[in-house]
Ligand binder design. Structure first.
Ligand code: GLU
Length: 307
């Protein structure tokens, strides 16, 4: 099949399901998004991109940002990162606090909220809250070739106002000595990176380095070491989708990360990166229609890492 045919099969597979799932409403600014939206983009190593639907509409990338902050943290602090955050699936909800008590304030992995807050804390430590976001935005803008990629301040403010649970986790980790900066400084940076708005086309393009050993195949720039790249993919395939990470890997067989804005980013090593967006979520917080689109893609392409 050529790409036009593949895209047509995916379009047909999702059509009967459009609008399924529940739009996240615990962040009020996200509740207003139209559940019928659907975007899909595949970025390939040769620079080609194949898109479908609302692939050029920006959405709130939410937890997908955690893949980029993890990349940045591994670049800046290396293995010292793992002293303060684990790399095991949590089997719990993305915003669960219970494990933190038993595990002495060390979050299970960097892709759940508590773990991502620790990663952000490391980066705030290294460069400061504002400069960290500036650096992250600069990289995303260069990678996806759009200087206007930015934090959606309305979403960031909405999440901060509704952020009692993330604040509770941050204070709790602070009580175990696992937060170095004032809670509000770290959370300001965390809410900002979660509120970055990007399109599927941009997101797939920006993540391409993860499919090519840490090297962006278009610019040739080594974004992370090849070892770090393998590790990021390993953490994504085991921990990228909250308490449905196992099911996601069973169905799709690729490293990926879901966000409660309805985006899912997936990496197909040696082939490319894929971003899909459909705001309706399943119970665990992964896009319902996004999952269906990705299942259809891997069925046709055979891109599962288990092939
Ligand atoms: N900013 C969201 C939160 O902290 C991210 C959740 C997600 O996308 O998984 O709750």
């Amino acid at each position: 099949m050529n790409w036009d045919e593949i895209i047509a099969v995916i379009e047909a597979a999702v059509a009967p399901h459009r609008g399924e799932g529940h739009v996240a409403d615990y962040i009020p600014a996200l509740a207003a998004v139209d559940p019928m939206k659907f975007g899909f983009a595949v970025a390939l190593g040769n620079g080609d991109t194949h898109c479908l639907g609302d692939a050029d509409e920006r959405f709130s990338i939410q937890s997908i940002s955690k893949v980029f902050t993890l990349s940045m943290a591994l670049r800046k602090v290396g293995d010292a990162l793992w002293d303060r955050v684990g790399r095991e699936p949590s089997g719990s909800a993305f915003n669960s606090i219970v494990q933190l008590e038993h595990e002495h304030g060390i979050p299970r992995n960097p892709l759940i909220n508590a773990g991502a807050i620790v990663v952000t804390d490391h980066l705030v430590d290294q460069v400061g809250s504002g400069p960290m976001i500036t650096e992250l935005l600069r990289r995303l803008r260069v990678l996806s070739g759009d200087d206007t990629i930015d934090v959606d301040q309305v979403v960031a403010a909405s999440e901060s106002r509704a952020g009692a649970r993330n604040r509770a986790m941050a204070h709790f980790m602070q009580s175990f000595g696992n937060l170095r900066n004032p809670v509000e400084d770290t959370l300001a940076a965390y809410f900002s990176h979660c509120a970055i708005a990007m399109t599927c086309r941009q997101l797939a393009r920006a993540a391409l380095f993860l499919a090519f050993d840490g090297r962006d195949p278009i610019s040739g720039e080594q974004m992370v070491t090849s070892q770090a790249c393998r590790r990021i993919n390993a953490v994504m395939i085991s921990c990228g989708h909250y308490d449905n990470s196992g099911d996601f890997t069973y169905r799709i067989g690729l490293p990926g990360k879901s966000g409660v804005g309805g985006g899912v980013l997936v990496v197909a090593p040696r082939y490319g990166a894929v971003a899909v967006w459909s705001p309706g979520l399943n119970k665990a917080g992964t896009s319902m229609v996004g999952g269906i689109a990705l299942e259809s893609l891997v069925k046709i392409t055979g891109w599962s890492v288990f092939v």
